[in-house]
Ligand binder design. Structure first.
Ligand code: CS2
Length: 477
């Protein structure tokens, strides 16, 4: 039997190991959501930052609900292998920045520890319960309602952060900095609104204190990271000689842009290549509209055409051409982004999405469409409709999502949508004859999904229906 990865001693020379003494590393960050993305991104940046500049910035982590990854990480002393794949080779690196992994029940006490100075999050879009019309906290969301009923036993990210900050304030402990690393425009501002909104429903003094004392920097995070598979684990074992069930695989590219506002310090993430800026919003918009929007388009077109992986979808000339058109259209919605030329950026994105070395499932990206599409597709479409710019490629992406939302493939085999609004979608479609016009109308009229300018536009409705009709007839939309 192969030895599990529990120590960095004796790793082959070809494997990069942490460049610091792990035994003396103390925690400074608590990370909510120890999924593959965090292990490919924040933990890797922090590993490099500690190697360059030291500091007690070890990462403790937990999932809000599940302890699967946590148990594996604990058994491996926090160690895991990061595989970086490109066309030529796969490089293995063992990352050492995770110092402890906890069950959900331990989170609150750890967030109150003065050693924890940053609480970072990768929880996906649906962990930010917002009212679609106002952007304020959705106080009716079941997790929010449960945490308001029992504030000292919170289970949502917002409830945990508010209770931990309240306890720190009462004990005279400086606040930590909440750091959202999720794919939302102005993710720090969104989190701030939710946390302050939640606190206000409990105690207006607490809300005012958080507002005045806790910074919520926004970040743009980027690294294409598919869910790990048995191939990931087998390749990690082959390259390191250790068994590793927490291994992750990713692409060579990584980008992190962070607003430099921290209450109690931060690691030297610049040493790992992070860009510290005053305002992240131009970068975030660029990445959401160009990378993520094109990702969603290719995932939906690819999935309904029967492509399991993104790389195979991009090998289909009709889908690759649609991706190119989408990239150009998305770029045209952006204000200038400091230091970025959007034309080579678009070329790089097309190559990254098509990367043959990465097995990224179309079905993985297709999930949670109602959460992902508003900033990626609907908001730029609404802006372009209002300003007279090009918006048609956004209608194609929307139609591709609608085709996916029907929940049956071209052979008539059903699949799960994996979307928090799948019940609403099924109910809207249940009473609808299966024509493109009626399907498009039913989905555009779902409450709180499409921005008003799109709902009100006959041109938008017609274009979406036309594209959907093409897809229903088996074309590429
Ligand atoms: C993808 C992202 O799953 C998705 O919706 O678009 O996870 C994407 O891979 C990352 O944002 C890349 O940085």
């Amino acid at each position: 039997m192969t030895t599990p990865l529990t120590t960095t001693k004796g790793l082959p020379d070809t494997v990069e190991a942490p460049g610091y003494d792990r035994a003396s590393l103390r925690p400074g960050i608590f990370h909510l959501g120890p999924g593959a993305f965090m292990r490919a991104h924040l933990a890797a940046y922090t590993d490099t930052a500690i190697a360059h500049a030291g500091g007690d910035w070890g990462i403790e982590t937990a999932g809000l609900r599940s302890r699967d990854t946590v148990d594996i990480l604990s058994a491996q002393n926090g160690l895991y292998t990061l595989l970086v794949r490109d066309a030529e080779a796969t490089q293995a690196r063992v990352v050492g920045s995770i110092v402890a992994a906890h069950p959900p029940s331990a989170i609150l006490a750890r967030l109150v520890d003065p050693a924890i100075r940053i609480v970072s999050l990768t929880l996906t879009e649906k962990a930010y319960p917002r009212d679609a019309a106002t952007g304020d906290l959705d106080a009716g969301h079941p997790d929010v309602a449960a945490d308001l009923a029992e504030p000292d036993n919170p289970r949502s990210a917002g409830g945990l952060i508010v209770e931990a900050l309240a306890r720190r304030r009462a004990a005279g402990i400086a606040p930590f900095t909440p750091l959202s690393c999720d794919n939302l425009p102005e993710n720090g501002a969104v989190l701030r609104r939710l946390v302050v909104g939640f606190a206000a429903l409990r105690d207006s003094d607490l809300a005012a204190w958080i507002d005045a004392n806790v910074p919520f920097p926004s970040t743009m995070v980027d690294r294409i990271t598919p869910a790990s598979t048995d191939t990931t684990y087998a390749d990690a074992q082959h390259l390191t000689g250790r068994q590793d069930k927490a291994a992750v695989e990713t692409e060579p590219f990584a980008q992190w842009v962070i607003e430099d506002r921290f209450a109690s310090g931060r690691p030297d993430w610049e040493a790992a290549g992070a860009l510290m800026v005053a305002d992240v919003s131009p970068y975030e918009k660029m990445k959401l509209r160009m990378l993520n929007g094109t990702h969603s388009l290719v995932a939906y077109l690819g999935f309904v055409a029967g492509h399991e992986f993104m790389r195979d979808a991009m090998a289909d000339p009709a889908i690759a051409a649609a991706a190119r058109a989408h990239l150009a259209c998305a770029a045209a919605t952006l204000d200038p982004v400091p230091g970025v030329d959007l034309s080579p950026y678009a070329d790089d994105l097309a190559a990254r999405i098509a990367n043959r070395a990465i097995a990224h499932r179309t079905y993985q990206i297709a999930m949670d469409g109602t959460q992902k599409l508003p900033p990626r597709i609907f908001e730029p479409a609404a802006e372009m409709l209002e300003s007279g710019g090009e918006w048609r490629p956004f209608a194609r992406a929307t139609a591709a999502w609608m085709r996916y939302a029907l929940g049956v493939d071209a052979q008539g085999t059903p699949y799960a949508l994996r979307d928090p609004r799948e019940t609403d979608i099924a109910a809207a479609l249940a009473q609808t004859p299966r024509t493109a016009d009626t399907i498009a109308a039913a989905l555009i009229d779902l409450p709180g999904l499409f921005p008003q300018p799109l709902r009100a536009s006959p041109d938008w409705r017609r274009e979406v229906a036309t594209r959907l009709d093409e897809l229903l007839r088996g074309g590429a939309g």
